[in-house]
Write a protein that binds this ligand. Sequence first.
Ligand SMILES: *[C@@H]1O[C@H](CO)[C@@H](O)[C@H](O)[C@H]1NC(C)=O
Ligand SMILES: *[C@@H]1O[C@H](CO)[C@@H](O)[C@H](O)[C@H]1NC(C)=O
Ligand SMILES: *[C@@H]1O[C@H](CO)[C@@H](O)[C@H](O)[C@H]1NC(C)=O
Ligand SMILES: *[C@@H]1O[C@H](CO)[C@@H](O)[C@H](O)[C@H]1NC(C)=O
Ligand SMILES: *[C@@H]1O[C@H](CO)[C@@H](O)[C@H](O)[C@H]1NC(C)=O
Ligand SMILES: *[C@@H]1O[C@H](CO)[C@@H](O)[C@H](O)[C@H]1NC(C)=O
Ligand SMILES: *[C@@H]1O[C@H](CO)[C@@H](O)[C@H](O)[C@H]1NC(C)=O
Ligand SMILES: *[C@@H]1O[C@H](CO)[C@@H](O)[C@H](O)[C@H]1NC(C)=O
Ligand SMILES: *[C@@H]1O[C@H](CO)[C@@H](O)[C@H](O)[C@H]1NC(C)=O
Ligand SMILES: *[C@@H]1O[C@H](CO)[C@@H](O)[C@H](O)[C@H]1NC(C)=O
Length: 558
Amino acid sequence: MRLHIHQRRGVWQTAFHLACHGALVAHVSASCAPYPISVRIGNVTLPNQSNARGIEMAVGSPKQRFAFLPQWPLNNTMIYGTSGFCELWATPWTEKGCMTFRGGEYDSFASQTRTQASANAYPIDTRPYPAMNFVADTLKVNENVSLAGFPMGIALNSWGEQGYHPQMSVGMGFNSTFLSALQSSGKIAARAWGMFWGRQGANSNTQLDGSMVFGGYDKAKVTGQPFTQTLSSDRSSCATGMLVTITDLILNFPNGTNASLFPSAKSTSISACIVPDYPVLMTMPFNPFFSNFRNYTNASFDGGRSFGLNFFSVRYDDSKDMPYRGDLTIKLQSGLAVRIPNDQLVIPDTYSDPQTGKWIVNATDPTLIINSIQDVNANDPTQLGRQFLSAAYLMVNEERSQFWLWVANPTTMEDLVALDSDGSEADGPCRVPPVSPSDPNPTPSSNGVSPGAIAGITVGVLGVGAVAAAWVFWRRRQKRNVVEAEQGLGQETAAPFAAPFGVTYMKNQERCELGGGDAVEGNGALQPVDMEVQVQEHGRIHSPQVYYELPGTHNHPG
Ligand SMILES: *[C@@H]1O[C@H](CO)[C@@H](O)[C@H](O)[C@H]1NC(C)=O
Ligand SMILES: *[C@@H]1O[C@H](CO)[C@@H](O)[C@H](O)[C@H]1NC(C)=O
Ligand SMILES: *[C@@H]1O[C@H](CO)[C@@H](O)[C@H](O)[C@H]1NC(C)=O
Ligand SMILES: *[C@@H]1O[C@H](CO)[C@@H](O)[C@H](O)[C@H]1NC(C)=O
Ligand SMILES: *[C@@H]1O[C@H](CO)[C@@H](O)[C@H](O)[C@H]1NC(C)=O
Ligand SMILES: *[C@@H]1O[C@H](CO)[C@@H](O)[C@H](O)[C@H]1NC(C)=O
Ligand SMILES: *[C@@H]1O[C@H](CO)[C@@H](O)[C@H](O)[C@H]1NC(C)=O
Ligand SMILES: *[C@@H]1O[C@H](CO)[C@@H](O)[C@H](O)[C@H]1NC(C)=O
Ligand SMILES: *[C@@H]1O[C@H](CO)[C@@H](O)[C@H](O)[C@H]1NC(C)=O
Ligand SMILES: *[C@@H]1O[C@H](CO)[C@@H](O)[C@H](O)[C@H]1NC(C)=O
């Protein structure tokens, strides 16, 4: 059944007019989906004047708000209790300090809706995740959507995650209980989601909230054509399945000149895994890429590493470095070129104080939000982290085993697009009930939607909502054909990792060669090391912890 676009538009204009008269007639469609669930990513206010950035959702009754981050290959949603196990770095943490670091603390005794979780209601997450104590409680996803009796695991210890994955986590693995619960209760049709991280510059002009959209994506936050790729089924080297190939990294100097960090023979590429919560823009193999960065920008990066928000990003040394003032363009084999503006690339070091839980912004020795790594294992892809999603918009469509990337349009405007159960853009909302304008109870209570109810559009489409929804879906139709036509464009067969770096893995921790061949003693800001990494935290050296992810570099020797 192929409708032409003007005919479809007719359908929706009709719906629009009927809605205006308060008598929206259900559009019986083969392809329908509930209204997508949009959740803010930004500073979440925690008790006692603390805050943390993340996906804002609330647990329990009364509501306890937390800052979540998505996490792979975790399947459960993992929260931290009143003991957040902030025993990292042998630093004394207060409860308040730990609360900021974890994005909140769940007080299970304070919640009247907490019950026991039945053991068959959730899968067990294996290593590296900690043992968890499961509870079932209400998870309020946004103002319209709640999951009652949702099983969540309270972490029973810290798990070597350090500052890489410190916060409350929504498990987005293959068997994500969160996506399953939304889908099985009819709140989303497709296991699909879109993400824009927002912006995290030094001042309010360069900061912007992002959003996570479940059951669809936000078309207002994309520009140009999408580039589509298949999620890789082998998750051993890339837990998210979002494997891309970086074919160029370009410095865009303020004077308009460009310089590639790639060797002049462009046979090289970098296999990279998109990890949407990873705390830096990217991990960058030192040789030759980061080494070239240093040479082109004439910086020593002797300031060591950040142990704060942008965990393990390199720091300039103010006494000798002029921080880079240009942008960085990341080009993928698919054709996508994403430009990271300087105000997101070079930012002051920011960390939360373990004692007070307050954020400290340190203008001395700013950070370049890149983690320079010595590539120890050609099968470990480099990682593209959350700041990549400040400049690119990501949509994952598990129904089609695909992910899409666009150049992001940084805006707080919203234009939500729903995907149906086949993973294609829905023709319209599902099961729209006829409504009379005199309906005394047209909207749900502010406590959200009761379990089992068809949430989203069924409720949200009433009255004014119907106009908006019809409008959204109608507008979307106009774009659909374009999108379909473009779908083939970005197809990138995930190229086998070429191991192109010619990197020698150096075990000598005392004496290491930098890219230029200088032997460096005792000044290890960029020296490659073995599995163990000594972590210095705000001036102190603590006993090393083994990372489950290798940062691959070493901080000051002390
Ligand atoms: C979020 O909180 C941090 C730390 O307090 C602050 O520096 C930043 O300006 C806040 N961002 C916004 C958008 O309010
Ligand atoms: C927050 O403040 C309240 C009231 O001042 C206090 O009882 C509570 O212990 C504080 N919580 C934390 C985590 O500091
Ligand atoms: C996913 O988790 C459910 C429990 O929530 C479990 O019954 C099921 O076997 C798991 N599926 C896979 C493929 O592990
Ligand atoms: C999540 O579920 C998938 C599918 O069952 C499984 O392969 C993966 O190992 C699970 N994740 C963890 C951390 O156990
Ligand atoms: C632009 O700036 C870069 C970096 O400072 C420099 O290497 C290059 O020569 C400059 N180009 C021009 C045309 O001035
Ligand atoms: C530098 O690269 C940008 C995009 O990365 C491009 O728009 C611009 O034209 C390039 N400038 C020169 C001089 O090649
Ligand atoms: C590079 O930095 C060094 C100090 O680290 C300085 O002496 C030198 O003049 C700089 N070179 C350029 C071309 O800016
Ligand atoms: C700021 O950074 C500098 C350089 O790393 C460090 O010496 C100083 O102690 C830091 N200040 C604070 C308040 O963290
Ligand atoms: C919740 O539903 C109302 C209409 O019922 C709608 O106006 C609002 O945008 C929805 N909120 C979100 C976050 O989707
Ligand atoms: C960086 O610059 C130094 C000194 O000019 C040079 O010896 C070295 O080969 C350069 N490194 C790279 C990777 O280009």
